[in-house]
Design a protein around this ligand. Structure first.
Ligand code: SME
Length: 162
């Protein structure tokens, strides 16, 4: 396992490109899912300076339950269709929110969070969880984040044996 991250690049896209192979190296040879998700949340936050990065996983097909994360404490359970996370799960698609105060039903875990992106983690056509990233700046996420965070969601889904 790599002991530390070596992030190169000025733009966010360059940072993602530098980060993703290191994320793969970080989990290589380690089969503990929770440990790997915890390190991936930490690496993403460390490399990109996001306010909050974490996972919610589907439990009993009923609700999302908080998984490994980096940042302030967060709400523990989210029902399908509720908040940005529950909608991403229900629709099975990435949702970018430029201003969380304008998103109907947004679940505010911290008043410092201003914008958000939620990416579903899909295994065998089924959403098994979501990757949630919050920023303390408005409109902080774009299609670049969607492209690379979806690649990271795929790395997570690939960790789960079919
Ligand atoms: N804002 C999310 C809840 C999770 S926190 O941001 C960590 C939502 O509306 O689903």
């Amino acid at each position: 396992m790599a002991e530390e991250l070596h992030i190169k690049g000025e733009s966010r896209e360059e940072v993602y490109k530098s980060l993703i192979p290191q994320l793969k190296a970080l989990i290589d040879g380690e089969d503990d899912f929770v440990a790997n998700c915890a390190n991936m949340a930490a690496a993403l936050r460390q490399a990109l300076g996001f306010f909050w990065v974490g996972f919610y996983f589907v439990k009993n097909q009923e609700e999302l339950v908080l998984g490994p994360f980096q940042g302030d404490i967060a709400c523990t359970r989210i029902k399908i269709g509720k908040g940005v996370c529950g909608q991403s799960w229900e629709k099975s698609e990435t949702i970018i929110v430029d201003n969380v105060d304008e998103f109907p039903g947004h679940i505010a875990c911290s008043s410092a969070s201003k914008s958000e992106i939620v990416v579903p983690i899909i295994k065998a056509q089924t959403v098994i969880g979501v990757l949630d990233v919050d920023s303390d700046e408005l409109s902080d996420f774009s299609n670049i984040d969607k492209i690379y965070l979806e690649q990271i969601a795929l790395v997570i889904s690939d960790m789960i044996k079919s």
